[in-house]
Design a protein around this ligand. Structure first.
Ligand SMILES: Nc1ncnc2c1ncn2[C@@H]1O[C@H](COP(=O)(O)OP(=O)(O)OP(=O)(O)O)[C@@H](O)[C@H]1O
Ligand SMILES: O=P(O)(O)OC[C@@]1(O)O[C@H](CO)[C@@H](O)[C@@H]1O
Length: 323
């Protein structure tokens, strides 16, 4: 089973605005609402891939109720742990004239320790060595910044494989728990190392420091430039496909979903996860993100489209990229 954790889920309200401008009245051409939050998006994409995933999340108030109804409509499996506060609404402004995608994310509710303890107990009772645990997204107020570190350690104790997708101090502390895979985007990795990278080579060398610490793979997504994969057995670059981009929101989450799904298949079939097999899984990750950016809002790409795009993706192995 692939458990995703979303401590700070949201309803994503995507507003289509042509020529969006700050400091002016903007008129909305069209809008849509999706169940959002990084872990939830991962579970939504795994559902499209016909994999097994449960979105574990904290929800509250009317908006939390609307969120679970949206998930029910799509037959997504979830475990909602209730908090007294209100789930957030995140605004996504899509301007197709200027090709801009602007996120305005709320802070989320204040979550008390009792709610967190319930979630913790759920993970303790459910995780086993057959599972994958995906920890993704920001933390709502009241949650200790090192919670992902704690769950990385719990996952390892239970024999589960942990994938972490977070940013800033939450990523920094989470890394201390040595997750199995991390998927920062380039900007998040630059913030982690406190420096801008003007070429892939420098970034790969720094990412190897994380691999040397014991992380199996560092997957660095680079938007329209594709992604870099750095792991002990090798390094690769996968170029992004040239596509008609409808919404990039959740592209990274779809990539994480493809990776988690691929690894789950390897585990279920008792296959060996060597570098070549991992690169195949990465192709699925890129195909999943590519199929999702062709969709409106935080709607995920279809399995048919993922399979078509998978055929078009090439992995470029980079030799001599370790120290
Ligand atoms: N404009 C684009 N054109 C083609 N492919 C894209 C584009 N944007 C993203 N992708 C694909 O999606 C993958 C993940 O995108 P990105 O690096 O933007 O993730 P992210 O920043 O984590 O996104 P988010 O936080 O919105 O989920 C990229 O590696 C690439 O394969
Ligand atoms: O505020 P966070 O938790 O960092 O990100 C939340 C979010 O922007 O991430 C998803 C896209 O990756 C959206 O569905 C959601 O609104």
């Amino acid at each position: 089973m692939i458990y995703t954790v979303t401590l700070n889920p949201a309803i994503d309200k995507t507003l289509k605005i042509d020529d969006f401008k700050v400091d002016q009245v903007n008129r909305v051409k069209d809008y849509r609402e999706d169940a959002g939050g990084k872990g939830i998006n991962v579970t939504k994409m795994i559902h499209k891939l016909k994999g097994d995933s449960i979105a574990v999340m904290i929800t509250g108030g009317d908006i939390g109720h609307r969120l679970t109804s949206l998930l029910d409509d799509e037959n997504i499996s979830y475990k909602a742990i209730k908090t007294p506060g209100q789930t957030r609404i995140n605004i996504k402004v899509v301007d197709h004239n200027n090709h801009t995608f602007t996120d305005i994310n709320e802070k989320g509710p204040i979550v008390d320790s009792k709610t967190l303890e319930t979630l913790d107990a759920y993970l303790i009772n459910h995780l086993s060595e057959k599972d994958i645990l995906v920890l993704a997204g920001s933390l709502p107020q009241g949650v200790p910044k090192d919670i992902y570190k704690h769950w990385c350690e719990l996952g390892k104790e239970k024999g589960a494989k942990v994938i972490l997708d977070a940013d800033r101090d939450v990523l920094e502390l989470g890394i201390k728990g040595l997750p199995w895979i991390i998927k920062p985007n380039q900007n998040e990795l630059e913030m982690y190392f406190g420096k801008k990278f003007d070429n892939d080579q420098d970034m790969i060398l720094k990412a190897h420091e994380l691999v040397d610490m014991g992380i199996y793979a560092v997957v660095i997504s680079q938007g329209e430039k594709g992604c870099l994969v750095v792991c002990k057995d090798g390094t690769a670059k996968i170029d992004a496909l040239k596509l008609k981009v409808v919404s990039t929101v959740g592209a990274g989450d779809s990539m994480v979903a493809g990776i988690a799904f691929g690894i789950d298949e390897v585990m279920k079939n008792n296959e060996t996860l060597d570098f070549a097999r991992f690169m195949d899984i990465m192709r699925l990750g890129v195909a999943s993100s590519s199929a999702s950016i062709e969709e409106e809002g935080t709607h995920m790409g279809s399995l048919t489209r993922v399979n078509e795009l998978y055929q078009e993706i090439t992995v470029n192995i980079m030799e001599n990229m370790t120290k």
